[in-house]
Design a protein around this ligand. Sequence first.
Ligand SMILES: Cc1cc2nc3c(=O)[nH]c(=O)nc-3n(C[C@H](O)[C@H](O)[C@H](O)COP(=O)(O)OP(=O)(O)OC[C@H]3O[C@@H](n4cnc5c(N)ncnc54)[C@H](O)[C@@H]3O)c2cc1C
Length: 322
Amino acid sequence: MTQIFAYIPFSNGVAEDVAMEFPTAAAKIDKGASLTAVLTGSGADLDKAANDMTGLYAEVIKISHGDLAYPNAEVVRKALVNVIPAGSIVLAPHNTFGMDLAPGLSVKMNASYAADIVDFAGVEGTTLKASRQELGGAVSTHVAVDIASGAVITIRPGSFAAVEGKTASGAVVDKSANAGDLSAKRKFLEVVQAEVGDVDITKADVLVSIGRGIEEQENIEIAEELAKAMKTVVSCSRPIVDAKWLEKGRQVGTSGKTVKPKVYLAMGISGSFQHLGGLKGNPFIVAVNKNPKAPIFQVADVGIVANIIEFMPELTSAINDL
Ligand SMILES: Cc1cc2nc3c(=O)[nH]c(=O)nc-3n(C[C@H](O)[C@H](O)[C@H](O)COP(=O)(O)OP(=O)(O)OC[C@H]3O[C@@H](n4cnc5c(N)ncnc54)[C@H](O)[C@@H]3O)c2cc1C
């Protein structure tokens, strides 16, 4: 039987959304696989996150140690390799920490490594069939992962459907005693909180989000007018921040803010996975883009092929006329 272990990231005792997506990913690898959640940390936060996972996973392993209290991939790798049996498949999120953790873990486990997987098509013999997206989602590639000696795989958050409700009645197993020597050369220093900025886009129910399609800094006013009509604020993709047209606190994405609006207007945004990675809670996405093949249309609930410089003022006046 395929043994799959899902590494669950959490903060303040709350597991990241990807914890709900791992069971779907594991079922696409092998419906009959045994799936175990693994959490590392310390104290009450670890206990809370681990207990929450018992509703989703048949078995939940916690590894508690003071040195695991803060994210340090070198230390987490050491703990995992002592607890997860050789030959297993390990799933981790393809985020900053997962990208730090996973390649070295695969080396330590003498297992294959596959990164940023968005889908699985089952196992044939000792080959796991998976797929990735390249070139900002414009191209899909098929990947054959040799799982004869196990594999460490990072999955792209948001690619697999989240399981809903309580789907398991697992128990927490404490494997802290098995963690072994956790001494490391890399030392945790401090957590530096990101600045909130002039507006807090994480609290908005509706976001008017602009991308490179806004074309010029002067055009941002058009988006501000639309946001004002909709009684909300403007967020953006990274190129807008890189150009210093809006401040960093407005950026949505893996290196920006995670937002959970109910409605997301993506104006002139191509739909890169780094951008979509910041979009949580399954919002209703309205995408406006002049390129009918823009990847954003693959995830949008409503797609409109139009020039945003003309479209946004028309939408603004239509809303103001209501
Ligand atoms: C490590 C790393 C982290 C990253 N983190 C982030 C992140 O947090 N957030 C983020 O957003 N990106 C991030 N990126 C960048 C990301 O890869 C993309 O480059 C970026 O999201 C693209 O932004 P965009 O969609 O605005 O621009 P583009 O990809 O250039 O797309 C612009 C879109 O606008 C359309 N368009 C052009 N003119 C018009 C018009 N007049 N009307 C309508 N449509 C028009 C085009 O057809 C195109 O689809 C990161 C990249 C790396 C490598």
